[in-house]
Design a protein around this ligand. Sequence first.
Ligand code: SF4
Length: 356
Amino acid sequence: MTTLRTPAQLCEHGLAPPDRQSALTAVAARYAVAVPDALAQLINRADPQDPIARQIVPDAAELLHRPEELNDPIGDDEYSPVDGIVHRYPDRVLLKLTHICAVYCRFCFRREMVGPGKPNALSPQALVRAIEYIRTHPEIWEVILTGGDPLVLSARRLRSVMNALADIDHVKVVRIHTRVPVADPRRVTPALVRAMKIRGKPTYVAIHINHPRELTADARAACSRMADAGIPLLSQTVLLAGVNDTPDVMGQLMRALIECRIKPYYLHHADLAPGTSHLRTGIATGQRLMRYLRGRLSGLCQPTYVLDIPGGHGKSPIAPNYIERMQSNGVGHFVVEDFNGQQHQYPPPAANVGSP
Ligand code: SF4
């Protein structure tokens, strides 16, 4: 089986019931579909709520658009000075090399922009202009290759972009955002890993992983090929209803990441992408999970829980608060909560000699 791209193929392979085919055809007409073999094999066809299927098999609920949902939920367009570049924060830019992915996630915040037939493929001329933008903005310290998925490019094309970035002195770090190591791990060949490396500068790879089952033997081997080549690995996880919104699953995922030499980086609150309300949780759910992780798992297993503020205002950490400023008898102090939920005064009362 190769990548499944139509509702008819999904029905034929038992990933969608035939009576839903026409509704799913309406979904597929609007949002790209790709279910690669590596992920299709993980789906338990007997489980209608399978957490892998929920992420990648289209659902008629995607046709339900809520008023608060936005076509460009994190405001990329507003911060795009030239095609392919998003310059939101002063010291870094996104460079969107392609609009193609190995898998199309049903909750994707760029779902209106990714997939075959979308109008924003980066032409060779536009790529030259994007590199020129980076070259002429000395404040850019880090370039983040994203998309689409930059690791669907050939090793030759990726290497030519990396060489162009290597020649720009003020760019000190390159980061690649990708789902390929779990969606199509055999694509991460030694040649592609060599192409990810950049002369004289570090490449970081941030891998999008949402469920511990995605870390198959093949995915782990792909991650090892990158880690063994000296590439630091980070993770990005999207908090998704019915996928990873329980302490058990989230805890297993964070531990499995560390065991694979992947440092948990971001836990994203799901964005207000159109037709994704069935996959979003409340922020209180994410905060409960973060308390669970902080209370029971190693410090290595702690991601930063973030919300991309709609309208392009960037990411903010939204983890629960453990410290509060208090005032008693005219003297200020803090109250800090420990990992068991117990509260403590800081500085302790005996040492409280003045306002902190
Ligand atoms: S791999 Fe990333 S960009 Fe592509 S569909 Fe999934 S979330 Fe969107």
